[in-house]
Write a protein that binds this ligand. Sequence first.
Ligand code: AMP
Length: 515
Amino acid sequence: MSETFPIFGIDLGTTNSAIARVDDRNHIEVLPNQEGDRLTPSAVLFEGESLYVGNVAAEASGHEGGDVVRDVKRFIGDEHWLWEHNDIFYTPSDIHAIILKKLAQDAEQYTSIPVKDAVISVPAYFNDLQRKATLEAASLAGIRVHRLINEPTAAALAYGYDLPDEDGLQLVVDLGGGTFDVTLLQKNGTTLDIIASNGHARLGGKDWDDRLIHYFSVDFVTHYGVDPLDDPIAYQQLQQRTRSTKHALSRRNKSFLSLSHAGFQHQLQIDRETFESLGKPLLDQCKALCDLVLEDANTSWAALQNVFLVGGATRMPSIQAWITNAWGKPGISTVNPDEAVVKGAALEAARIANTQHNPTPHAQAEPSPYRLKGSVQARDITNHTLGIVVLDSLGRSFVDTLLPRHTSLPASTQHVYYTAYDNQVSVTIQLVEGESKLPEECVEIGSCEITGLPPRPAGQRVELHLGYDLNGALSVELYDTGSNTSQRVDLQRGSHRTATETQWMKRQLQSVRVQ
Ligand code: AMP
């Protein structure tokens, strides 16, 4: 009997989360939670000393006496965002850990396999802080993360599993509850490379809800002079009803939104045209981001082999009409748009388990339980430019690019710098991510200090070798040509050693890609 390797795929979504695995019959199985649903709302209800996650929380309303927190993914990585309940403060990672625990416990109950290992999906444009906060949530939940997979990569893997022979350019359009993510990938036989991606952390189905809520509240105020949005309970009720109205408008040409508040009962008919005109600026933002991705890759809609729709909000007819107009045929949604990401994460988990099971082609390992049809290796890119903070000839700090945005991973590079001061015996290497040359506009993703250089006059040549693997592991090696010695430091993205002043003077840049 083949042994099942317990690495699960997890989609930690803004609105809903899900967990899946590839079973030993090679099926991708999205695992139901204890309530029997394959999607678990990413909502937590704090009630006295008790915590409830999922549907119970999503459906609870303010007047039930509890506090409901949702859409926390929008704040992940924000060190200032805190949720307070009973004088306890929760970070976004704490809330995500609570959601992950519920997913893990329910999956464990269903499969009788402990959930200790996972591949977790994150939006492609998540920066280091957001990725680190996601890893922290997993660690708090007792889950070891084998890889953070970019959501569009996961979705393309899931679609690729269904369409194994379709090579060419693939566009993944992912409109979820809170985020929009558009990614262009190239599938070539067994490899899948991200070529370009862009997105917005605050653009999703929720923004369409907000426009509708605002429209209703203005109408309510016009009729009765009171604003339901001033009352948290009415607001919460309106949020839930708006979502149902929006969903109904995906199927019907008109729907209704009603609310009783401050003694007034109000019902408003909304037709699809009105809803679509409210959402037009949002749709335009999606279109602009999509065009940017195509421009970045110097391609066009006509060159796309497949356009895959991912995320619940791509069910909106306005999104589907946009794709049909732009591409000339309807977007592909053969994989349930709510499940494409988690299924892809499960496929990647299975691939990793497979590799661990069979570490080298020559090893005498048992045959792997995973015989993935057309198993595809997904390769990622850097989503932001990665650079190092150095000094210019006037002693001002600036960011020198080491790996440009959209470099395929794993990657390595080598650059030459010169020491800035006489008798300089140490250098601080501060790696940052961002599109600006100003260090303060970038996000630091790791730093280390290399000491022990022999004291000499300024201007000594040193070579910096940087390696960056798929899991965010960075290796920094400094080769001192004068003394013919080198030192290497391995860093995980987000790890730091005490950084002092950056002490490098850059006089010459030689960029040699040694990949
Ligand atoms: P996700 O984050 O992928 O689970 O997407 C959730 C978002 O999709 C929420 O904003 C939902 O309201 C939205 N959504 C789900 N189904 C529909 C539908 N039939 N029509 C419009 N929006 C939908």
